[in-house]
Structure formats: C-alpha cells, structure tokens
Design a protein around this ligand. Structure first.
Ligand code: AMP
Ligand code: ZN
Length: 461
C-alpha cells in the first residue's frame, strides 16, 4: 500500500476503461463500475478530494462492427443503444456520473489518436505495414512492468496473436488499422482506417485529463495485459513522460459455477435480468460492494437474498431512529457515532475495505438498537446518528437507492400474475427451487402468496 494524493491540488484525475458497446453491459462489467464508484465516492466524500473522472465507450472494434452489420444498422445508431442502456443501468445502481464519457469515434478523439500515432512514428516507436501502423515493442525497454511479464514481454502461457503476419514481431500491436472493405474508416492524417483499441484510451485519457502522469487509471483485471501494458507503451512513447501514477484493477465477477461472466461466452446476466426476477437494485449494489474489489466475487441468488436481509436490518434501524420521541441527548451516543465515522473512513481509505466498512455500519446498527432498548437515545442523539448513517451512505449509496425504490410504484398486477403462473409451471416440472425463488422474490417485494386446492391467491403485505 502507498499513500495517495492527487499530483495537482485537490483534484483527482482518473481514467477508467468503459464498456465495449456491442451488447448491454452485464453484472460483471457493473461489478467493476460499482467498485470504481466506491473509489470515486471514497475519494470525494471520505477523503475530501474533487474528481475529474473519465469513462470511455469503445464504439468501434471488430465486435461492434460485426454486430452492427448483423443488425443492419449504422455503427453509430447501433452503439447509441447500448450507451443509453449503460447510463440507465448505472443510474439504477446508483453510480455517480463521471465528468465525461467520451466515445472513440467522436472526431476530436479520433484526431487525438491520429496525433498520438504520428508522434509515435516521429519518435521511432511505430512502423507501417500494408497501410496499418504498428507499435514496435522492441523500442520499449520497460514493456511488461505493470503485468510483471518476463524479459521478452510475454506472459507465461499467453497466446500470442501471430496470425496478423503484417507485424514484424508477434508482440507488436496495431495502432491504426488500414481500412477494410465495408468497414467504417476515417482519414485524419495517417491514412484511411480506424483506431486500434489500445490507442483510444491513451489518447482520450491525455486529451481530457491533460499533462501526464494522470493520477489513477482503472479497469477490470483482464485489462492489465495487454491493454494497459500497451497503453503505457503508447503514452510514454509519445510523450516521454510517465502515464499514470496509480493503477486500480477490479477482480472479476464469476457465476456460481466459477465461470467468468463474459459477453463472448454468452453466459451473462444483466441488471435488468436481475430486476425482472423481482430483486431490487439496492440489493444488487450491496452484493457488488460487499466483496473486496481485489477478490473474485462469486455471484449467487442466495447472496442477493442475504443482501436483502442486511438492507432490511439497516432500514429498520433508521425507522426506529425516526420514531425516537424522547427529548435530550446523551454524550455517549455522540462519541459512539464519531468513533464509527472515523472507523468507517479508515476502512475505506485502507485500499477500499468495503467489507470492513460494512462491518462498522452494522456494529453501529446493533449498538443503536441496544441504546434505544435501554432508553438512552433522545431526539438530539437520533439526529447525530442519522447524520452518521447519511455520511456512510454518501459512500455506500445503498440507503438512497432503497428509499427511492420504496417510493416507486408497487408491482403491477399483470407482473404478479405472470410470476405466479411461472411458479405454477416450475412446480409442475418439479423444479421446486425455482418455485421457491419466485415466492421469495415476490415476498421481498411485498407480495404474499397463499396456496390452496383452488390455486394460488396473493395479497399485498
Ligand atoms: P468490456 O465491455 O469487455 O470492454 O468491459 C468493460 C469493463 O468491464 C472493463 O473494465 C472490464 O475489465 C470489466 N469486466 C469485464 N468482464 C468482467 C467481469 N466478469 N467481472 C468484472 N469486471 C469485468
Ligand atoms: Zn482502455
């Protein structure tokens, strides 16, 4: 661990690799975005810095081009949809907005990429082959330092893409791809073509954040190699200055079976899939927060149910505080709340120890119940305690979500009846686990079921 402070004044300049917008983001992607939201909120609300955070959209690459063609839509129109879906899901999960969301294909960004490619050529780091421009890894003696690669710059066991025979060295990577028939292409000075994936992030980070080094560069662990390694080579090769002072990588979310959730594997769950099964976004956010970001998170339906319980405990405690009518205050409560605030901030400022921070919150919940039971909480104390929970939630963001959900309109009747029919079918198939899950989901949303010989009746709790 190293102490962190921004290089300039109180403003943290941070770049996070965002979504490749060829499909709706899945909850694995959102594990990373929620973890980075926790980082952002900790830096702002616990450490008191200001943020300048950039999150990009990769809206041109093989996958976006292929998918937009298959849908018979322009690349722009096709990717627009998934960008809109990203913002919707990010709002649903209570993710604070970044200061900018650049897209790779915006002209000012493409120009910045082309300028960087030209600078790399001028400084001898790049070469042309068949109309494309490549980065020559042999010119970067430090290549592989981030990912701790061997001296050849190759991850042990990694598959090297050598079928791109236009490259002089299998490790080299493309900066600018020569235009191919039927593919979108731009010509801003290094020949008609489109950007390589890595150059996008280097160019947009420096265009929007200014002088390198930037303070923090972040993304999921899968990006360490080769994406971030290549970003470093390009940025440092073009500017001669270090690229980023701190790197933050979020471990993956895995499915129950231990498989990595990925769009190309097709084994994905989206935020809306979770909501459609009757779960609340606050519970999903809680699950995504409650495992430390450097540990793999195994997603289970059970973990959502546990999150639901934890949130209910928290909300019950707040409701009890609202009900305090006794006048006066007790100094012990004030110091207890101050100690909890201090411990909470310490946990998060120690490499974002979210599980530890949640532990602090729930210890306070327990103590509040005990103090109310003992008649030791007056209205003045209740205000102090509420302010402490507000502070916790400025970072955690789950209470605010839960309150918004509780103000939300009740589950529509057609939806309840559809779920009851689904449960009946599940029972006919003898899939009792699925049937029980539907009952529990409905219960969590305030709908109680009653089975009888005549069928299932429901009522709102
Ligand atoms: P992509 O759309 O694949 O470019 O990914 C967008 C972001 O999500 C990147 O920061 C990835 O590292 C991250 N990511 C992708 N899959 C997962 C996963 N299963 N768990 C956590 N983060 C992921
Ligand atoms: Zn990136």
């Amino acid at each position: 661990m190293e102490p962190f402070a921004p290089a300039h004044g109180g403003v943290v300049r941070m770049y996070a690799c965002g979504l490749t917008v060829y499909a709706r983001g899945h909850i694995g992607n959102f594990r990373t975005f929620v973890a980075l939201d926790l980082l952002r909120r900790t830096l702002r609300h616990a450490a008191g810095f200001e943020m300048r955070q950039i999150v990009n959209f990769t809206d041109v690459d093989d996958k976006t081009i292929r998918a937009s063609r298959a849908a018979d839509e322009s690349l722009r129109a096709y990717t627009d949809r998934f960008i809109a879906a990203f913002h919707e899901d990010a709002d649903t999960l209570g993710i604070e907005s970044a200061e900018a969301y650049p897209r790779a294909t915006d002209e000012e960004n493409l120009r910045a990429m082309v300028d960087m490619v030209a600078a790399l050529e001028a400084r001898g780091h790049a070469y042309r082959s068949d109309g494309s421009v490549y980065f020559r890894i042999a010119t970067d003696a430090d290549y592989g330092r981030l990912a701790r690669l061997d001296h050849e710059g190759i991850l042990p066991g990694a598959r090297i893409d050598s079928d791109q025979y236009a490259k002089q060295d299998a490790r080299d990577f493309v900066l600018w791809k020569a235009s191919a028939p039927g593919e979108p292409a731009w010509d801003f000075g290094v020949g008609p073509g489109r950007p390589g994936w890595h150059i996008e992030c280097s160019a947009m980070a420096l265009r929007l954040l200014g002088e390198p080094p930037i303070d923090i560069h972040a993304g999921g662990v899968d990006l360490i190699f080769p994406h971030h390694e290549n970003e470093i080579s390009q940025s440092e090769g073009a500017t001669g200055a270090p690229f980023a002072r701190f790197w933050v990588h979020v471990e993956h979310l895995l499915l129950d079976k231990g498989d990595k959730m990925s769009k190309s594997e097709g084994n994905i769950l989206t935020v809306s899939d979770i909501l459609e099964r009757g779960h609340r976004a606050s519970a999903l956010r809680y699950v995504l927060l409650s495992t430390h970001y450097r540990k793999q998170l195994r997603f289970t339906w059970d973990s959502l149910a546990q999150a639901e319980e934890a949130l209910t405990r928290l909300m019950d405690c707040l409701a009890r505080l609202d009900g305090v009518t006794a006048t006066g205050s007790h100094p012990a409560i004030e110091s207890r709340a101050a100690a909890a605030r201090e411990a909470f901030g310490q946990m998060l400022q120690s490499d974002l120890n979210a599980p530890g921070a949640l532990g602090v919150v729930f210890e306070l919940v327990r103590d509040v119940h005990a103090a109310i039971d003992a008649g030791e909480v007056g209205a003045g104390d209740a205000a102090v305690l509420r302010a402490a929970f507000d502070y916790f939630d400025s970072v955690l963001g789950v209470i605010a979500l839960r309150r918004a959900e509780e103000d939300a309109p009740p589950l529509p009747v057609e939806e309840i009846e559809r779920l009851i029919a689904e449960r009946r079918d599940a029972r006919r198939r003898r899939d009792y686990a699925a049937a029980d899950r539907i009952r529990a989901d409905l219960e969590a949303r305030g709908i109680a079921l009653e089975d009888s010989a005549a069928g299932t009746r429901w009522k709102r709790a």
